[in-house]
Design a protein around this ligand. Sequence first.
Ligand code: NDP
Ligand code: 8X3
Length: 255
Amino acid sequence: MNKTVLITGATSGIGRACAVKFAEGGYRIILTGRGKDKLAEVEKEILAAAPNAEVYSLLFDVRDKSQVVSAVASLPAEWKNIDVLINNAGLALGLEPEYVGNVDEWDTMIDTNIKGLLYMTRAVVPSMIENGRGHIINIGSVAGDAAYANGNVYCATKSAVKALSDGLRIELTHTPLRVTNLKPGLVETNFSNTRFHGDLARAKNVYKGIEPLKGADIADVAYFAASAPAHVQIAEVLILATHQASATVVWRKDE
Ligand code: NDP
Ligand code: 8X3
């Protein structure tokens, strides 16, 4: 049987691109997300790109511990053996100093980017250990390497993704399982629209004067890491746009 990948936040951006890339590579795809219609749309896109792909969709919110547990437990027997877990669901909300930050938005970022990732890991990894195979690919960020002004809580959540990836890798050294932390820089997806609460002009401005990465660029790296020989563990990858050197150093062409 072909390998199976489960992707959180598969309804948009990087997660959606991973779903298509892994389907094209012959993986069976478990799509997970919060919108039924969006999941159906992604399923259609996958089948257009890879007509023989097998796709199974799970509808849940990664912040909800009991939904995570029951969604994973509800997988039919033939979908239960997950080879690759891509912990991708995540978001930034707002860009303002910590001392005036929106406390509810902090909760949402922490609940999604840290706790959601933990709930998924807790729900999926034990069966990977039992099966003697598995790969956890966490989507961290350049924002986890160093804080930038007004990024505070978002940067902290992505630092946490690094710590959790490193910790899990240490805890799994006695197993064949692998853990990868992918740290993208500027990727043009729905990310900035979400961060700026639907202010499309402000979101567009983030990518002004630079050719940003695309979701597909990150999917290529995720697929490469998953395809490495069993003795090779791609532990961490920082993926930046060519004219970007860090979260804050970006060369922009005048437009
Ligand atoms: P998108 O906004 O395009 O996609 C985010 C995905 O996460 C959506 O499918 C969204 O679903 C899902 N999601 C958000 N909250 C939840 C939740 N509570 N439960 C389930 N799914 C949820 O952004 P990206 O593709 O860019 O982001 C993907 C990951 O990449 C995030 O972890 C982000 O932090 C990280 N990243 C992004 C970078 C960028 O520049 N774009 C750079 C570095 C890292 P819904 O539509 O339902 O909200
Ligand atoms: C997203 C990249 O630099 O906007 O994680 O924080 S950045």
